[in-house]
Design a binder for this molecule. Structure first.
Ligand code: PA5
Length: 425
């Protein structure tokens, strides 16, 4: 079998038997997850029929592209990062994707400056809103929606109701209630899929379709992963192998996993990955600390630490072989910069060589390196990769004996903030 995600190890000191010894435990956890109905709805979601949902999204897309210049998406973390990650990875660095319109995000922090500026930015554009919150009561998106709802009502009057789309739980929560009272159109988030596992549901699919991403291809990639990674056998399941490698390195004393890639458009993808693993595993005083870098930029900064600093981290290098768009280094008669030896080679080729060099240098410096490689940076492969990481994450958290699907620690800051806000009234 050729797997879509190819894994190679450098300097990890992991023998086959190190991995093999997890075989039975992995199988047991696999069946536990498969047979559980507790927040595991994402496991088979890509295998189900979503024709109706895709039709609904396409109809809305036709309407929005005809009537708006910009879709404002309101949401935070699990209700924000996935869409933003895939959008950034697959839309042009400058300007807007030819198959979509501009999609911008708010409600993922409480910056007053950002809020003020977004309203100014919208003033000469036609607008639709998609507010996303599974619980329907998260403070950051709720505050942003309060502002933008009033803005839309003042600007569009009765038409505002058609320009606001709600994505929330089918039954519960304040947002569902508001949607019913106002008559907003709704997408439903399956109750048994948690925020950070929800990018393949309307939470991610709808904004991505509007941004011009081929969501059909995206879902096909996820479906392929859902089929392939249903294999309980560690020897065949690359997501489980990645989970086991992480666990093994963690047990050897590495406490930080650094996700690194060489394409700046993947910065938000790194953040999605960080949230997925950080929120799923970091509990009961356990878990790898997930962090990320974008090379070659960060090689000139944190690269020094990685090469020679405290030996606390291992690196997961994410690499796509084929990236759309490239540029050939020109020949220059003057050669004052001494770079003519690179003339005729492409930027992507040089970038890929710097990736190889970095992996070798870091491994030589004592850093264990896991390389994850995919053929192409496109919707299909990203759909696969997202599912791959979710499957690996659930397995990895279970190997640590923590619940991958809750986040009790997030409540602590909220409680303190509310106390402070109430006491300063
Ligand atoms: O993964 C999670 O469950 C969280 O990160 C949530 O997605 C995040 O807190 C947003 O929650 P909600 O969609 O309920 O507003």
């Amino acid at each position: 079998v050729t797997h879509l995600v190819q894994t190679t190890l450098l300097n990890c000191n992991l023998e086959e038997h190190d991995i093999d010894q997890y075989k039975d435990q992995v199988k047991e956890i696999h069946y536990q997850l498969e047979n559980s109905s507790n927040m595991t709805g994402w496991i088979d979601y890509p295998l189900q029929n979503h024709d109706e949902l895709f039709k609904q999204i396409q109809n809305l897309k036709n309407e929005i592209c005809a009537k708006a210049d910009v879709l404002v998406v309101i949401g935070i973390d699990g209700s924000f990062l996935g869409a933003r990650a895939v959008q950034d990875a697959l839309t042009p660095y400058f300007g807007i994707h030819k198959n979509g319109i501009e999609v911008i995000y708010v409600g993922h922090h409480m910056s007053g400056a950002y809020m003020k500026q977004i309203l100014t930015y919208l003033s000469d554009k036609e607008v639709y809103i998609n507010v996303i919150s599974k619980s329907g009561g998260t403070m950051e998106p709720a505050l942003a929606f309060r502002v933008l709802r009033q803005y839309m009502e003042e600007r569009y009057g009765e038409e505002a109701v058609h320009r606001i789309i709600v994505t929330t739980d089918p039954e519960k929560g304040l947002l569902k209630k508001t949607a019913d009272l106002a008559g907003y159109r709704r997408f439903e988030i399956p109750p048994n899929i948690g925020g950070r596992y929800s990018v393949l549901t309307p939470v991610g699919l709808f904004p991505l379709a509007i941004a011009g991403i081929e969501i059909g291809q995206f879902m096909e990639g996820a479906k392929k992963a859902a089929c392939e990674l249903k294999d309980p056998d560690l020897a065949n399941n690359h997501a489980y192998q990645y989970a086991v490698m992480r666990n093994k390195l963690y047990n050897k004393g590495y406490s930080v996993e650094l996700l690194a890639s060489f394409e700046p458009s993947l910065k938000k993808f790194h953040e999605w990955w960080m949230q997925l693993f950080g929120e799923s595993e970091g509990k009961e005083r356990k878990g790898l600390f997930p962090t990320c870098v974008t090379y070659s930029t960060d090689l000139h900064a944190i690269g020094q630490f990685i090469q020679e600093g405290s030996p606390i981290l291992f690196e997961t290098l994410l690499h796509f072989h084929d990236i759309e768009g490239d540029y050939i280094v020109p020949y220059d008669e003057r050669n004052e910069d001494g770079l003519n030896y690179l003339a005729g080679r492409s930027f992507n080729e040089i970038n890929a060589t710097s990736k190889q060099g970095t992996a070798l240098a870091h491994a030589e410096g004592g850093v264990p390196v896991i390389q994850l490689e995919m053929a192409k940076l496109d919707a299909y492969h990203l759909g696969y990769l997202i599912y791959f990481f979710m499957k690996a994450c659930a397995m990895s958290a279970k190997l640590l004996e923590v619940n991958p699907f809750d986040q009790p620690g997030v409540e602590a800051y909220k409680k303190k903030m509310l106390e402070l806000l109430n006491s300063s009234q």
